[in-house]
Design a protein around this ligand. Structure first.
Ligand code: AMP
Length: 393
């Protein structure tokens, strides 16, 4: 267990708070502010406790200072949400003399947001000079940016190495609680649902989860590589030929361990990768000249039954091309069945989190992760550097 902001005294101290304000921007407007909202409990708590807050985040992948990727709009929005001023000064140096002066003059409960940490090319290289500049501003490091916890960068790792105290905020605490409880001590049956584009992205996830779960469902484009491994015809569907052997190995491992490995029973197909009215296959074989773009109704029915009996469900990756209206039914059905489940329901970050939120099921899930890459690495059983560096309880 990692220490959190509840375990330390922050009164009168300057806290370097790494948040994840990597939000989608369009014409200077924030298109999805969920990440800003999820940082509020930590910010508000630290203000109430009398800390001075220096917030840092990256935004996109700028090559040097790029006004299109300035955090200024986020500072404005944060100020509205907090109903308090948020100090901001844009500088390509991120930490310059003006920032030092502003931080030096801060009072308890005040908030300052630094400019996009990636304006400095050193950030993603965990440059010690940049880390030193961050550390020189503060007494305590607090990390609440789960989305970057799988990376060791200056603003979430280098700076932590240099400060005497380093703990997590409420968001990281919540992320870790759900993932560790599910992976180490789940209410059983524990079901994993995996979808998405590539088997190769999820090799380690499948291997690791087969050590933990009671049942597994695999859908999405990944399923065709498994279909190929089982000798079915897959038409023009996406397939990774170099993963067919791995798929075979996983199927026999699941059989050995007596873990039911549920694959789609039928598919929604189209002649091309286009949003047209689907043709459903009768079984698992897909006709030449067509490709599978979603699971079919029999699969939906079967998967829904599996979901009903599970007490812990972890889902990562859409079951079909949910971005297309005609091929979102599989992903929607899984989201709906999970929403109705009274057990623990966890959505890995990225596409499945976006799908669940767009479809309006977000309130019904126990936890929707804010980190796609970070949650996948947790599922692979890896230790995340940004978490490892924090103090143990
Ligand atoms: P990932 O980033 O691995 O989670 O993959 C998500 C992507 O997989 C989404 O953009 C889906 O459109 C895509 N996907 C899911 N099922 C299929 C499928 N049957 N054929 C092609 N793409 C798919």
């Amino acid at each position: 267990m990692k220490k959190t902001i509840r375990d330390i005294d922050v009164k009168g101290k300057t806290v370097f708070l790494r948040v994840d304000f990597n939000v989608p921007l369009k014409d200077g407007m924030i298109r999805d502010e969920r990440r800003v909202i999820s940082s509020l409990p930590t910010i508000e708590y630290l203000r109430e406790q009398g800390a001075k807050l220096v917030l840092a985040s990256h935004l996109g992948k700028p090559k040097g200072a790029d006004p299109q990727l300035s955090l200024e709009p986020v500072a404005k929005r944060l100020s509205e949400l907090l109903e308090a001023p948020v100090l901001f000064h844009s500088s390509k140096e991120v930490v310059d003399d003006k920032i030092r002066e502003m931080v030096g003059a801060m009072e308890e409960g005040q908030v300052l947001l630094l400019e996009n940490t990636r304006y400095d090319a050193g950030e993603t290289k965990n440059d010690p000079v940049l880390a030193e500049k961050f550390a020189s501003l503060a007494d305590i490091f607090v990390d609440d940016a789960f989305g970057t916890a799988h990376r060791a960068h200056s603003s979430n790792y280098g700076v932590a190495e240099l400060l005497p105290r380093k703990v997590s905020g409420f968001l990281i605490e919540k992320e870790l609680k759900y993932f560790y409880d599910a992976l180490e001590n789940p209410q059983r049956p524990f079901l994993a649902i995996l979808g998405g584009a590539k088997v190769s992205d999820k090799i380690k996830v499948i291997e690791n989860l087969l050590e933990k779960v009671d049942e597994i469902i695999v859908g999405g484009a990944m399923a065709y590589t498994f279909m190929r491994a089982m000798g079915h015809s897959i038409g023009d569907s996406l397939v990774e030929e170099d993963q067919v052997d791995f798929a075979k190995k996983m199927l026999s491992l699941a059989e050995e361990k007596r873990i039911p490995f549920h694959l789609p029973l039928d598919f929604a197909t189209a002649p091309a990768y286009e949003d047209v009215v689907p043709v459903f296959t009768k079984g698992r074989d897909i006709a030449p000249g067509t490709m599978g773009l979603d699971i079919g109704p029999r699969s939906i029915e079967a998967f829904t039954e599996v979901i009903k009996r599970a007490k812990t469900i972890l889902w990562n990756g859409p079951l079909g091309v949910f971005e297309m209206k005609n091929f979102e039914a599989g992903t929607r059905a899984i989201a709906e069945a999970m929403a109705e489940n009274q057990g623990i329901t966890i959505i890995g970050g990225g596409d499945s989190a976006a799908a669940v939120t767009e479809m309006g099921f977000d309130e019904k899930m126990s936890h929707i992760s804010t980190g796609g890459g970070a949650s996948l690495e947790l599922l692979e059983g890896k230790e995340l550097p940004g978490i490892a560096i924090l103090e143990e309880k």
